[in-house]
Design a protein around this ligand. Structure first.
Ligand SMILES: Nc1ncnc2c1ncn2[C@@H]1O[C@H](COP(=O)(O)OP(=O)(O)OP(=O)(O)O)[C@@H](O)[C@H]1O
Ligand SMILES: [Mg+2]
Length: 219
């Protein structure tokens, strides 16, 4: 299996002096669903942000499809990120002034893809949200909002989906449905996943788990 993502010896020291990561190396292979677990404050979100290029590491390197992210300029980075990586946040960050359909189609339109609306409709059907197209985010359940956020992440056909506590606000049954959706997306669309979660109940969905403790991998 080919390697989608590889990070080598990542370190992150925040401006206030907090050492959030102290040398972390991880990889994600094509088609893998990989977990990132560890106590609060252990560095999970920081690691995901570095991997997505949302923040710069203090040290170490990130390779996406064997291209090195850390040495790219903002333009190159934005392009690569847009094409291959999608990020799903715990608190969805949906646009409240727009309905469900628009929350997806806007992403496609902003990126200049043709048929953004049709693509949004396809994805929403896939996510069983066709009956909610005209709803505003605040009119949806937590699980529905998380599915919209995932749908938005799928708009640009990523290879890798990074998710930070995607079930953190959901009950167990709804959380399981999100993970089952991840497995289906892996089967049907060949996506790979790196998912940070506190929730030990989701352990069995992962092919492999990296455990972080105090900014280091706990092995
Ligand atoms: N922007 C920031 N500036 C300074 N310190 C930060 C910043 N973001 C995170 N930290 C610190 O870095 C460490 C790792 O934080 P991080 O958010 O990565 O942990 P986490 O494993 O995601 O925790 P949680 O499970 O609570 O989400 C913590 O000590 C945190 O206080
Ligand atoms: Mg976090």
């Amino acid at each position: 299996m080919s390697r989608i993502l590889y990070a080598e010896n990542l370190r992150k020291v925040y401006p206030n002096g907090v050492e959030a990561l102290r040398g972390v190396s991880i990889e994600v292979l094509e088609g893998e669903v990989v977990g990132l677990m560890g106590p609060s404050g252990s560095g999970k979100s920081t690691l995901l942000h570095l991997l997505a290029g949302l923040e710069k590491p203090t040290g170490g390197r990130v390779y996406l499809l064997d291209k090195e992210l850390t040495s790219m300029d903002e333009g190159e980075l934005a392009e690569l990120r847009k094409r291959y990586i999608a990020f799903v946040f715990q608190f969805y960050y949906l646009l409240e002034d727009f309905n469900v359909l628009e929350n997806l189609s806007l992403i496609g339109e902003l990126a200049g893809i043709k048929g953004a609306k049709e693509r949004a409709l396809d994805i929403l059907e896939y996510l069983r949200l066709t009956h909610r197209l005209k709803h505003r985010p605040s009119q949806l359940s937590g699980g529905e909002q998380q599915r919209v956020a995932i749908g938005r992440a799928l708009m640009l056909e990523p290879k890798l989906l990074l998710a930070d506590e995607p079930t953190g606000n959901l009950d167990l049954a709804e959380g399981r449905r999100i993970f089952e959706l991840f497995l289906r997306l892996r089967e049907e669309k060949g996506l790979s996943f790196l998912v940070a979660t506190h929730n030990e109940a989701m352990r069995d969905y992962f092919d492999r788990i990296y455990r972080l403790k105090d900014g280091r991998l706990d092995v």
